[in-house]
Design a binder for this molecule. Structure first.
Ligand code: ZN
Length: 233
């Protein structure tokens, strides 16, 4: 924080005030729909738009940031409560999540969807669907619940679904029956893309065909996507 202050003090004056200032060169990707009418913007844009997140994802700590809109503070950690992009206000040090869009989209059979595992039973895993691939941007749907039946996990027999999915995993899945919202992860690129240690919640890293916790060394298994760890945007 002290460092930031020194930097802004030491900054040379940007432009003479008489000169009308052009639009800021770095525009936030999702600008607010109501723009202030004042043509002259004296301050530089301070919003940094970052990663695409789903509800419940870790976005920072209270030591780094203040918890802004679309986030919640739980014992020092800040989590997103929305599907959208992380925005950091460099000035107020507030971190917020800007919803990408609230327009529901029609999902159809064959679509690839992204979501979070919200429940694992013997016969299937429940997935909160958050985004659909294939449109210009990954469009965001209203949270709807999909189901990965145990027969749709992989092309081989699944003995125990808890070895394939854990609550909190981010998955990429294909819609096989939109009526019943049945999803499938049978396919190389389909399956878990991000998972957390069930012991300490650290993000697991891929180690061959398994996942390993860099913090406590626990090894876990999942139905892994070939895109594991490569991000979801
Ligand atoms: Zn761990």
């Amino acid at each position: 924080m002290g460092k930031l202050r020194i930097e802004s003090l030491g900054k040379p004056k940007s432009e003479p005030l008489e000169k009308p200032r052009s639009e800021p060169s770095v525009k936030p990707r999702f600008a607010p729909s109501v723009k202030p009418k004042e043509p002259e913007v004296k301050e530089e844009p301070v919003l940094e738009i970052g990663e695409f997140v789903l509800p419940g994802e870790f976005v920072g700590t209270s030591e780094e940031f203040r918890a802004g809109e679309g986030t919640t503070l739980i014992s020092g950690d800040i989590f997103s409560t929305l599907t959208g992009r992380v925005a950091v206000d460099r000035k107020s040090r507030a971190v917020s999540v800007q919803p990408v869009t609230s327009t529901p989209n029609m999902i159809k059979d064959g679509d690839i969807v992204y979501g979070r595992v919200s429940g694992v039973r013997e016969s299937g895993a429940a997935v909160e669907i958050a985004a659909v691939e294939g449109r210009i941007e990954r469009s965001i749907v209203n949270l709807s619940l999909g189901d990965i039946h145990v027969s749709n996990v992989r092309d081989s027999y699944v003995k125990r679904l808890a070895n394939e999915f854990v609550v909190g995993d981010l998955v990429q899945a294909k819609v096989v029956d939109v009526g019943k919202m049945r999803l499938s992860t049978n396919g190389e690129s389909l399956g878990v893309m991000k998972a957390y240690c069930s012991n300490c919640r650290e993000e697991l890293v891929q180690d061959g065909k398994k996942l390993k916790c860099p913090h406590c060394n626990k090894t876990e298994t999942r139905k892994l996507s070939t895109e594991y760890g490569k991000g979801i945007y």
